[in-house]
Every structure is written in structure tokens, then in C-alpha cells.
Design a protein around this ligand. Structure first.
Ligand SMILES: Cc1cc2nc3c(=O)[nH]c(=O)nc-3n(C[C@H](O)[C@H](O)[C@H](O)COP(=O)(O)O)c2cc1C
Length: 379
């Protein structure tokens, strides 16, 4: 393991802002907005939300920073999802990269992969199915080609890591550890574990915990682990990953699906199976985040069908501290940066100093401690 270092990306972070818990409110890192006229209403989280003011003041500061742990403090909570924004460099001409909260780059493996047979992508109602198959040049080429450019950006780049064994994940991580330009690791554990008959790491709490713990031991980089929705109960898996030392969870990866070829004599995709993404998966992603937010205390970054500000607000309400935009980028690469501006405007409209005031408002109130009579009181 190389030397421990901090990845700090905002002035607030450099000033030593505290790590943010998943659903609890924290103090804003900047001065709160001045009080406005109007009766205060109480959000379910207990935070004060003022009714919309009559006059907007665009100069009012809004603190959109997000602390994902281990010094990874993002300037804002809008990230781009792995596999939908390449290595970031491809979008440099169309997007002001440095205005993003973070970039999760394409899935990276130990050795180069040519990906799955074609066709690999098809449109579906409200989304798409893809079976790219983790096509990538391998970790060494990724570092050689992109890390120097990433190091010059203000936006942190989180490298999405995939593998077929615990040893694979550890080795890829080891080669990324200490590389300037690599701000964190996101583990894509929706991959078959060849040592366990091809069972995905993500669907088994013990395997998910094992791979997380092994990677944790290999690096001091901030470690995010990406949950799969293709499970019966996500909570024990999320807990196992949190207990194994992940700094944050990202949720969700794609849902397994198939499409049928024209003529109906075979499945359409060359790999038969594909991953469903886009607006169609949003209700499932919301449910996963809602459940996980009540099961763990580490930050959750939500992904799944974000196409507009209302989606961002919904994910915050069920306990996410940040979101990733994926499939929607194919239609409009400028969407993520626009969402940053719209979220700030929405915070001003609501009269809250930070989007963090909007986190967890739709979650059930935590149960109070048992009463002296031993009867649990649920308000
Ligand atoms: C074309 C494509 C490629 C993807 N590649 C990866 C990948 O390499 N690693 C990963 O963890 N997720 C990958 N994903 C999943 C996305 O990061 C995201 O979790 C999922 O698409 C749901 O978000 P969305 O509905 O906003 O697209 C990919 C998704 C798409 C559409």
C-alpha cells in the first residue's frame, strides 16, 4: 500500500469540513441563508424548511458540498455514472467537466477486455438494455492514458473497478493506489466470481463483504461499493459491505433483462442478457436507497433513471446524499451540470442553505428508545 493521502476538492473541505453521515443533518460549511419572512414549516427530518420566498436572490450562497469519507469531499452532489461518460476526456468539448461533482469512469479490469459480442445495446420503453461486457484497455493502459489529465482537473475521478476474483479487484486497486488523478475507487461487484461457480459478488453478503474487506486492506483511497438491485433483500448485503470498511455505497447498478430479436427465433443481444437502465428503473432504485438508508450509516450515492431535478430531489428525500446521472447522458451530456445549477436554485427557493437539508425527509422517523415499560414508542 502506498502512502496515505487526502483527496480534498473544495475550499470547505480544505478548511476541514466534517464527514457527513447518511441521513443525519450536519451543519452547513458556510454561513446559512439570512432569515426570510414567512412561517417556518418542519420537514419530516426535523429540519426547518421555509415556504418559497416571493423574491429570488441568486447571490445567496448554497452549500452543495458532499463528504463521501476519507477526505473525498465533492463540490456538489451530481456525479456521472460509470460506463456512460467514458473516461471524462471524451466529453471535454461539450461539458464543463470541472463543474461536475465527480466522474465515475468506465469499468476497469486487470487485463484488457474486448467486451461482449454484438448487438450490445437496444432501446426499451423508458430505458435501454446494454451488454457492453466491460470493454476496456486494462488498468495499466487506463493509468498511462488518462491519469495525468485527470490530475490536472479540479473534478475528482473515481475509477470503477471490476474483476472475476477477489485477487483481481485487489490487484487493480493496488495499481491505482497512489496514482495522482485517481481520487477514489468504486467497486462494481455485479461481476461473476469465477472461484464460486460464477455467482456474482453483489448477490451474496459474504462474498460482497469479503471483496470489500480485501480491497479496503489494499488502499487508503476512498472506497465506494456499488450495489446490485438483482437480489431479494439488499439490506444484509449493504450491511456486510459497510461493516467491511466501505466509505460509501452507490446504488443501483443495472437490472438483468433480455430482449427478443426480430423474427423471434432468439434473444436479441449477443450476450443474451443485458442490464436495464434509464427512467424505467427509477422506482426500484428509490426503493433500494430507501431500504439501505435505514440499514447503514455510511453515505449513499443514488443512481437509476435520473433525467430531471425532480429525480434528484426524490433520491435525496429517500436518504441519498448525492446522485449519479447515467443513461440520460447519452441524450444530453449537459444535463448533469444543469442539474447542479437547478439544485442550487431549488435550495434558494426553499430557503435552505444546503441540499443536505433535503436528505432523508421521506424516511420514517427513527424509532425512539424503548420506554421504561418496555414498549417501543413509534410516533
Ligand atoms: C452503456 C452502459 C455501460 C455501463 N457500464 C458500467 C460499468 O462499467 N460499471 C458499472 O459499475 N456500471 C455500469 N453501468 C451502470 C450505470 O453506471 C448505472 O448504474 C445504471 O445505468 C443505472 O443508472 P441510469 O439509469 O441513470 O443509467 C453502465 C450503464 C450503461 C447504460
Amino acid at each position: 500500500m502506498k502512502q496515505k493521502r487526502k483527496v480534498v476538492t473544495t475550499p470547505a473541505a480544505r478548511a476541514g469540513t466534517k464527514r457527513m453521515p447518511t441521513i443525519r443533518r450536519i451543519r452547513p460549511a458556510i454561513a446559512p441563508a439570512p432569515a426570510r419572512p414567512g412561517r417556518e414549516v418542519r420537514a419530516r427530518s426535523g429540519s426547518a424548511v421555509r415556504p418559497p420566498p416571493d423574491v429570488q436572490d441568486d447571490r445567496e450562497p448554497v452549500d452543495l458540498s458532499v463528504d463521501l469519507g476519507r477526505g473525498l469531499v465533492l463540490a456538489n452532489p451530481v456525479l456521472v455514472a460509470s460506463g456512460t461518460f467514458g473516461y471524462g476526456i471524451e466529453y471535454g468539448d461539450v461539458v464543463d467537466i470541472d463543474r461536475l461533482g465527480a466522474i465515475c469512469c468506465k469499468g476497469t479490469t486487470l487485463r484488457p477486455r474486448i467486451g461482449n459480442p454484438t448487438p450490445r445495446v437496444t432501446e426499451t420503453p423508458g430505458g435501454m438494455l446494454n451488454s457492453i461486457g466491460l470493454q476496456n484497455p486494462g488498468v495499466d493502459a487506463v493509468v498511462e492514458k488518462y491519469a495525468r489529465t485527470w490530475a490536472g482537473w479540479r473534478v475528482p475521478v473515481i475509477v470503477n473497478v471490476a474483476g472475476e476474483s477477489v485477487a483481481d479487484y485487489v490487484e487493480v486497486t493496488r495499481r491505482l493506489d497512489g496514482i495522482p488523478g485517481v481520487a477514489g475507487i468504486e467497486l462494481n461487484i455485479s461481476c461473476p466470481n469465477v472461484g464460486k461457480g460464477g455467482l456474482q459478488f453483489a448477490i451474496d453478503a459474504a462474498a460482497a463483504g469479503e471483496v470489500t474487506a480485501a480491497v479496503r486492506r489494499a488502499t487508503e483511497l476512498p472506497l465506494l461499493v456499488k450495489l446490485s438491485p438483482n437480489v431479494a433483500d439488499i439490506r444484509p448485503i449493504a450491511r456486510a459491505i459497510a461493516d467491511a470498511g466501505a466509505d460509501a455505497l452507490t446504488a443501483i447498478n443495472t437490472l438483468s433483462g433480455i430482449a427478443v430479436a426480430p423474427g423471434r427465433l432468439a434473444p436479441l443481444l449477443g450476450n443474451i442478457y443485458g442490464g436495464l437502465s434509464g427512467p424505467a428503473v427509477k422506482p426500484i432504485a428509490l426503493r433500494v436507497v430507501y431500504e439501505v438508508a435505514q440499514a447503514v450509516d455510511i453515505p449513499i450515492v443514488a443512481i437509476g433513471g435520473v433525467t430531471e431535478l425532480a429525480d434528484v430531489l426524490d433520491f435525496l428525500a429517500v436518504g441519498a446524499v448525492a446522485i449519479q446521472v447515467g443513461t440520460a447522458i447519452f441524450a444530453d451530456p449537459t444535463l448533469p451540470v444543469r442539474l447542479v445549477d437547478e439544485l442550487a436554485t431549488e435550495c434558494r427557493r426553499l430557503g435552505v442553505p444546503s441540499h443536505r437539508d433535503l436528505v432523508g425527509t421521506a424516511l420514517p422517523k427513527r424509532a425512539a428508545p424503548p420506554s421504561v415499560k418496555g414498549v417501543e414508542y413509534r410516533p
